[in-house]
Write a protein that binds this ligand. Structure first.
Ligand code: PLA
Length: 440
């Protein structure tokens, strides 16, 4: 970032996020009395993160019936976090391999991991990969991949505006703004139909300036659980290409939407098969359950091999001063699984089982609300896709459910279906029923 207005914008956003701007333009708050002896005495307490802060509040609640449906983290029927069997096996292999060392990885990460990640999202027979048009760098999970992509774009791309769907994952705005881009939104969700506003989406992208970047959720849109149909993806692709917009896919849930890795990559593959360029941020947090290992990848599909290699040389300059090189363990687990046919097959089965359990939870919650005669139409619970249900409950109803039922969820009414089990469905249905019938 070198223009002073952009610097100012970033400064204002960072102070806003830190909660230090009470009225516009006031800048740094100064309170000599509260400063005491510390040079940080004027630091204002920041609000908790809207998603991760839900877990903080949940942890403080002593109630035995409390339920955390905030963050999208998979739980078993027993309500426990899950380490996949196939991950345990891969770790076992890694630990017992005495030839393994702990040297720094290259700036771009583990070569095998990068190659296999590109194949996973683009398909093993992808002409873009065969033509060496794709550069892939290992990053710190989905978030890190988005951030590296944003910083690269802010430095090397002529358009600095990115359009993100309304609504979207709350961290997108912060990642892209602090990465040096200007964030605008396009219409996505229609609260009336609880479906996709395809008309509004196409209109907004049609009026975006040529070259603008467009963030697309590859599948299992967060928080709405509403994805375009295959035909609608076709319309979106045509418009994006005809207006020379640059697609940036966020793929955080490959395999979680349908239970099938190839099906959930269809949108991305459709864009890549037309020969055009695009960005893809991949995360293994959910589909391999590697949340805290922070494993992900950024792939940039370019027009030709020469551009791809120059782009990669510049990605290194983004990464080196940010964290130098990525961690070795999580990427080694992924590479071990992806390159072994048996482990790979086992992974697909475990992934399908997770996706199926989420779908079962949708049915059970829908049935429980129907049985209670809860007012309203709840069919969206079974229609929506992926980890989350965007319930339509308002902020007051959510606060009521937390206070009276110890159910924790984000204030926009999103619930993580992956955090639910057959045992807890009745409690959630009781809470929703009470909220809908007693809170306006
Ligand atoms: N992109 C989307 C659309 C996401 O929903 C998330 C995670 C990420 C990227 C980043 O994940 P990663 O960095 O861990 O790979 N969203 C979670 C967690 C599951 C979170 O907010 O960090 C959520 O509860 O929305």
């Amino acid at each position: 970032m070198n223009s002073s207005s952009a610097d100012r914008r970033l400064y204002m956003l960072s102070r806003h996020l830190a909660g230090t701007i009470s009225n516009e333009g006031s800048g740094i708050s100064s309170s000599p009395t509260s400063a005491g002896n510390s040079v940080f005495g004027n630091v204002v307490r920041a609000p908790e993160d809207p998603i991760l802060g839900v877990t903080v509040a949940y942890n403080k609640d002593p109630s035995p019936v409390k339920l955390n449906l905030g963050v999208g983290a998979y739980r078993t029927e027993e309500g426990k976090p899950l380490v996949l069997n196939v991950v345990r096996k891969a770790e076992h292999l890694l630990v017992n391999d005495r030839s393994r060392i702990k040297e720094y990885l290259p700036i771009v990460g583990l070569a095998d991991f990068n190659k296999l990640s590109a194949k996973l999202i683009l398909g093993s027979d992808s002409p873009a990969i065969q033509g060496n048009r794709v550069t892939t760098v290992q990053c710190l999970s989905g978030t890190g991949s988005l951030r590296v992509g944003a910083e690269f774009l802010a430095k090397h791309y002529y358009q600095r505006t990115i359009y993100i769907p309304n609504p979207t994952w709350g961290n997108h705005t912060k990642i892209f703004t602090l990465g040096g881009l200007t964030v605008k939104t396009y219409r996505y969700y229609d609260p009336v139909t609880r479906g996709l506003n395809i008309q509004g989406l196409l209109e907004d992208l049609n009026s975006a300036p040529s070259g603008s970047i467009v963030l697309l959720h590859a599948c299992a849109h967060n928080p709405t659980g509403v994805d375009p149909t295959f035909d609608q993806w076709g319309q979106i692709r045509q418009l994006i290409r005809s207006k020379n917009l640059l697609p940036f896919f966020d793929s955080a849930y490959q395999g979680f939407a349908s239970g099938n890795l190839d099906k959930d990559a269809e949108s991305v593959r459709m864009f890549v098969s037309d020969g055009g360029e695009c960005f893809i941020a991949q995360s293994y947090a959910k589909n391999m359950g590697l949340y805290g290992e922070r494993v992900g990848a950024l792939s940039i599909v370019c027009r030709n091999a020469d551009v791809a290699s120059r782009v990669e040389s510049q990605l290194k300059l983004v990464i080196r001063p940010m964290y130098s090189s990525p961690p070795i363990h999580g990427a080694s687990i992924v590479a071990t699984i992806l390159k072994d046919r048996n482990l790979y097959n086992e992974w697909t089965l475990e992934l399908k089982a997770m996706a199926d359990r989420i779908i079962t939870m949708r049915k059970q919650l829908f049935d429980a609300l129907s049985a209670r005669g809860t007012p309203g139409n709840w069919t969206h619970i079974i229609k929506q896709i992926g980890m989350f249900t965007f319930t339509g409950l308002n902020t007051k109803q959510v606060a009521f459910m937390t206070k009276e039922f110890h159910i924790y969820m984000t204030s926009d009414g999103r619930i993580s279906m992956a955090g639910l089990s057959s045992r807890t469905v009745p409690h959630l249905a009781d809470a929703i029923h009470a909220a809908v019938t007693t809170v306006g």
